[in-house]
Design a binder for this molecule. Structure first.
Ligand code: FAD
Length: 352
């Protein structure tokens, strides 16, 4: 039986990128699978909820904290397995995501380069099907090793069982909290070309005079673009650094709803991206700006990033209640102007 080094009433704010919120009632750092399994057993025996914390870049912890057993995943290890031009890279859930991307780019393994600079750990990437600049992890994930907290069994799920969709998966949508991801396998293209076609990245490369970009060129371009939006957390004095990235999802609406938003907008330039299922994705940033909210707008200690309309930033003295009130103000404003209720992207822990 694995001994658990359980701590009580552990402050979580410093373990999240937003930097607000209260304590975990119980907390353990899991450096191996046996600890995760033991933690699950401990929680189940006491009827206590289990929460998994990775890099804390997509969670908002309530000011009152979370009355649950928080397992901070710190499992490490990366393996690769080459077959016929493909390479299967398996990374443990606690591996820092961007270091993994960098490693794959250095090995000329294509498939993750556009996902450079995203904070957090490997284990969270399948949860909301992390994506950016023309790639999503669902393009490359072939297997997810996970603990099923309903049965206590560790199993390997094929990609088809993950139910990936835009910033969504079966893990997040169908059974939140049921699966603890322990490792993820990505099938990459050894020596393959980078993914191109995303306008911002293509423009950036063209401006640099790069005609045939390498994976490294695309990674550098994505990092430069992201830095310009405070979307890379490598500047400790950046006033926009305390955020969850995009606070709202881009809404995906059916044709009738889009026609209604369009009529209310009265602006033919409103961005829209048709989806394969006939629905249309709209830009949450465009809707927020056209509902009258400007970058840098503040409400006391919280506000919109000065460089990215979708990011809500917590400044000194902010509490979770301030962040959530500000988020509601934006949702209400967009709703009143366009009849669309924006959905938050980060997960709220505890009672707001
Ligand atoms: C500046 C900034 C930029 C960002 N840019 C992007 C972007 O471009 N694209 C994008 O998709 N996201 C982006 N994000 C959001 C975030 O970085 C990603 O969602 C990331 O994958 C979250 O990883 P994490 O380890 O920090 O997860 P956490 O915040 O710790 O957890 C997020 C959720 O996943 C669950 N979870 C975490 N690990 C596991 C696990 N091993 N098993 C089961 N559940 C787990 C948690 O319980 C929680 O519900 C950004 C965030 C920030 C702060």
């Amino acid at each position: 039986m694995t001994a658990l080094d359980i701590r009580e009433r552990v402050p979580l704010a410093a373990l999240t990128t937003l930097g607000v919120g209260g304590e975990a009632r119980w907390f353990v750092e899991a450096r191996d699978e046996a600890t995760v399994i033991a933690a699950h057993g401990w929680a189940r025996a006491r009827g206590v909820g289990l929460r998994v914390l990775g890099g804390g870049s997509n969670v908002v912890v309530a000011d009152a904290g979370v009355e649950a057993f928080v397992v901070h995943l710190a499992l490490r290890g990366i393996d690769s397995d080459r077959t016929d031009g493909a390479v299967d890279v398996t990374a443990a859930a606690g591996e820092p995501w961007d270091a993994l991307v960098q490693l794959t780019v250095e090995h000329a393994w294509a498939g993750l380069e556009c996902l450079s600079g995203i904070p957090g750990l490997v284990g969270a990437t399948p949860i909301q099907n992390v994506g950016a600049y023309g790639q999503e992890v669902s393009d490359t994930v072939v297997a997810v090793r996970a603990l099923d907290t309903e049965t206590g069994v560790v199993t390997t799920l094929p990609a088809a069982a993950c139910g990936f969709a835009y910033r969504d998966s079966a893990f997040k949508r169908d059974a939140p909290g049921r699966w603890v991801v322990l490792a993820v396998t990505y099938r990459l293209r050894a020596g393959g070309p980078p993914t191109l076609g995303y306008a911002d990245v293509d423009r950036h490369l063209a401006r640099q005079g790069i005609g045939a970009p390498t994976l490294g060129d695309v990674r550098a371009a994505v990092l430069a673009i992201r830095r310009g939006k405070s979307m890379v957390l490598d500047d400790p004095v950046d006033p926009n650094r305390r955020s969850c990235g995009s606070f709202f999802l881009n809404p995906i609406l059916d044709a009738d709803a889009v026609a209604s938003v369009s009529a209310r907008a009265g602006d033919a330039t409103m961005p829209r991206w048709p989806q394969s299922d006939g629905r249309v994705k709209l830009s949450a940033a465009w809707l927020i700006e056209h509902a009258g909210f400007a970058r840098g707008e503040r409400a006391g200690p919280v506000g919109l990033s000065t460089r990215h309309t979708l990011a809500i930033v917590a400044h000194d003295g902010a509490r979770t209640a301030d962040v959530l009130a500000f988020a509601r103000r934006i949702q209400d404003g967009v709703d009143a102007r366009f009849g669309v209720r924006l959905t938050p992207e980060p997960v709220l822990w505890g009672q707001a």
